[in-house]
Design a protein around this ligand. Structure first.
Ligand code: ZN
Length: 227
């Protein structure tokens, strides 16, 4: 196996069996750059590829930091809807973008079966969009739209913080996703809300990014109108 990876034993909370998952060694997680929607590019190895753990026995999948936190009703829903038709297969070892997309889509399926919150769905959809970006595939825009719809719903209906996501950063992501899917007027409204928000002052780097992206969205809108 790739020397930057290692396997670890964990208990699957759905089928109660000990399984192995593959993790990236901490020292291998070196950030190369960040896109304007927070997508991180790494040196050497793509850490995102390994962020979803899948149980090869029962098909349960989740982001690694959420893998163990399940309610009893979730376990039953996953067994009844995924486990029953699951074809056993392994997600252990090195992954490429396609294998990572397969794992993340299983995590999305688990969230749907659990009737999970929009913020959880949004987080996984945004990461699937990034995986398609690494592949330079048009699937990116489709999943950016799914992520946008779910973040918008979460913004209206959930209490902040959404897991680790604060309100201002969530507003920024919504604004930037509007821009990336080509809805420039909405992007401009959301970016200007961030710049005008008193709470945003505690996050000067985010205000700077919002200002830059506001200008970019304005330029893009002007260009779209002139065509
Ligand atoms: Zn399992």
């Amino acid at each position: 196996m790739n020397e930057l990876l290692y396997n670890k034993k964990v208990m699957c909370p759905v089928c109660n069996r000990e399984i192995e998952v593959t993790r990236v060694k901490t020292k291998a997680c070196k950030v190369l750059s960040r896109d304007t929607d927070m997508c991180v590019h790494y040196e050497n190895i793509n850490v995102l590829f390994y962020d979803v753990w899948v149980c090869g026995n029962c098909g349960y999948a989740a982001l690694q930091d959420k893998f163990e936190g399940l309610f009893t009703r979730d376990i039953k829903a996953i067994k009844d809807n995924i486990g029953i038709s699951w074809v056993k297969r392994s997600f252990l070892g090195e992954r490429d973008a396609d294998k990572a997309i397969e794992a993340f889509k299983l995590a999305l399926l688990t969230l749907k079966v659990r009737n999970a919150k929009s913020s959880e769905v949004a987080k996984v959809c945004l990461r699937i969009a990034w995986l398609y970006r690494f592949k330079k595939s048009p699937g990116e825009i489709k999943y950016l739209k799914f992520a946008l719809d779910s973040y918008n719903h979460a913004y209206q209906n959930e209490r902040f913080p959404l897991d680790k996501l604060d309100e201002i950063t969530c507003m920024y992501i919504i604004a930037e996703l509007f821009r990336r899917v080509g809805i420039f007027d909405e992007a401009i409204v959301w970016f200007s809300r961030i710049v005008a928000s008193p709470e945003a002052r505690s996050k000067p780097s985010l205000i700077d990014m919002a200002r830059d992206q506001y200008q970019l969205a304005k330029d893009q809108l002007a260009l779209a109108d002139s065509n």
